[in-house]
Design a binder for this molecule. Sequence first.
Ligand code: NAD
Length: 735
Amino acid sequence: MTDFSYEVDQDGVAVITWDAKSRSMNVMTREGFVDLEALFDRALGDADVKGIVLTSGKSTFAGGMDLNVLARMRDEAGADPARGIFDGVMKIHAFLRKIETAGRDPKTQKGAKPIAAALPGTALGIGFELPLACHRIFAADNPKAKIGLPEIKVGLFPGAGGTTRLSRKLGAMAAAPWLLEGNLADPARAKAAGLIDEVVPAEDLLGKAKEWVLSASDGDLVKPWDQKGWKMPGGAPYSHAGFMTFVGASAMVNGKTKGVYPAPKALLSAVYEGAMVPFDTALKIEARWFTGILLNPSSTAMIRSLFVNKEALEKGANRPDAPDQTVKKLGVIGAGMMGAGIAHVSALTGIEVVLIDRDQEAADKGKAHSQGLMDKAVGRKKMTEEAREKALSLITPTPDYAALNDCDLVVEAVFEDPKVKEETTRKAEAELPETAIFATNTSTLPITELAKASRSAEDFIGIHFFSPVDRMLLVEIIKGAKTGDRAVAKALDFVRQIRKTPIVVNDSRFFYANRCIFPYINEGVRMLKAGVEPALIENAARLVGMPLGPLQLIDEVAIDLGAKIARATKAAMGDAYPDDDVDEVIFWLEGEGRIGRKAKAGFYAYDEKGKRLGLWDGLGEKYPVAAEQPDLSEVEERLLMSQTLEAVRAFEDGVLLDIREGDVGAILGWGFAPWTGGPFGWLDIIGAEKAVEICDRLTGLYGERFKTPDLLRDLAAAGDSFYGRFGDGRALAAA
Ligand code: NAD
């Protein structure tokens, strides 16, 4: 069944309507390209057709390309993947170029059929590259619509002509935010920026597009770059302005990517080289760079984690077989930082919420947090006043637990104290319906222990959010020893409702995300104590793609919280506790009152307003910098490997059940160098053999914490990879 329909009206305008029957949003597939090209051929070849309008049968135009198609294109290209991908991409270029030239005579530049794109709503990726090949782009005045080219965010760049067309349409400088940052705009902003040509009332969309098609002149149908004497807006590379632009852009890209992300650099090269040659050659250049990116292991890993697997997890790849558990009414207990955030994101997606705290004032404060965030969104025109009123009306703040009597899910976010949590569980369950699921947002307390206070350990689960809740996409779902399938399904259905990404892990100390982030912080602190230049530690972290260095990270989280967790962990582990050397530094700073950003003093110095100034001088007095410093690459390896090994151990221990969750969770949960596609992605990029070599070397130098996991050694011996063996989501035990 085709995703496109074709109709010619009485005025001779052919309307091609994209409406993928099996999906809520149009997504371009391989078959889609073939079908769409056939319809354009039909319209261009029919003498009775005067022009063409490309539109959508949905409220949106298209969400982009099915990235699985690109992955398949690469996998199927066999012995010469570069050739296979390049030829495939050039075919797409030829098709879009056919739309752009629309049958005109290359000599006279006359005789083309006008082609307009009519976008009822969101148009992303190929969904915007196709319109860019048309002669005029109309969009409905739909403020919810998003228009743009977000490919860069998953490690790609627009490879169906979007890079070449948009840079030529706007100039390299003006195109940069859209191409290099993947910014998206609503129709009004898209028009102001020159991305599209017209914004019209939704009900007039098709009429206006047809009207234009019937009145367009030959001159309207020749793109500026196909006209004689065309010059790149804002200056070609070898002009004064162009020189400034490209030198600046190159520096900016390197500054932002630290050289570890290949796509922005390739994109810039395609624009730079393409700007100096005729359009068709520029497309060929774009295709070459794009092929290089598709074959780059980093891009492959990013697409896999940030697109394919992220989506698979969101769609419930690891959901147990249980009836629909959509949440109708949610109870949130504890209206502090986390509880207020959870209530907020739930109400935003239309879930009714009872928000409980110890007294009315505290509960109201939680709701006020949501009001504040929504007011900001309204101020920025990201939300309408009606939508705000509707969402706010869904939150009922109260100290009265009886209000939980018709909730089907509760998320508890009271103080991190087992006694308070146990009492809260009992009080809440006394009011809740029998079938309700009880979830705790604890970050450190074992779920299995907390479940003992519940009337039904089967219906008790961990739903661990990250701070700030409104911005962090990951939610870690933790199964206690007795947690049942219905509770897991409930948690997953809830996470889907609030449009976040779930991972499901087993119960163990610090679950998955926190378990991996602590060794990273600890490794940074250990190096500092051993005399490694603090700036080297922090810069190495950023150069290897971490968003924050380990010392900055613990300043942000709070050093006293780190110290509290360290004391509790030591008390629980006794002699086996391995981090006394780290604690020496942390306890010293805590004693000095330098507990991080909130105190405007920590590993870093801050001004009175809390602005971070630089690493604190006092560190060097206590822990003098050693005369001999390690290589940058060794510091990078230590920082990345400390987290990665913990992820592998979590998988070996059966805490992590699926490496796809391990990778997606690492990037979304704590910002693990996204260019790697996650810790398992990174190990596959460097290869198991090399990873073993690094671990063996680091173990010799720094001790058992770098001990090579058996699984890694086994993969190296077998010449295997993590994704080769576990990429389908199988757990280690079942391998
Ligand atoms: P918070 O101190 O900001 O909020 C806790 C709230 O619970 C307070 O408003 C308090 O009045 C209320 N409360 C305490 N006892 C109560 C009771 N018996 N009944 C009703 N309300 C009660 O703490 P937070 O940072 O929001 O953390 C809450 C939970 O979330 C903790 O378990 C914490 O470990 C976990 N968590 C925190 C973070 C984070 O970054 N802060 C991240 C993930 C998970």
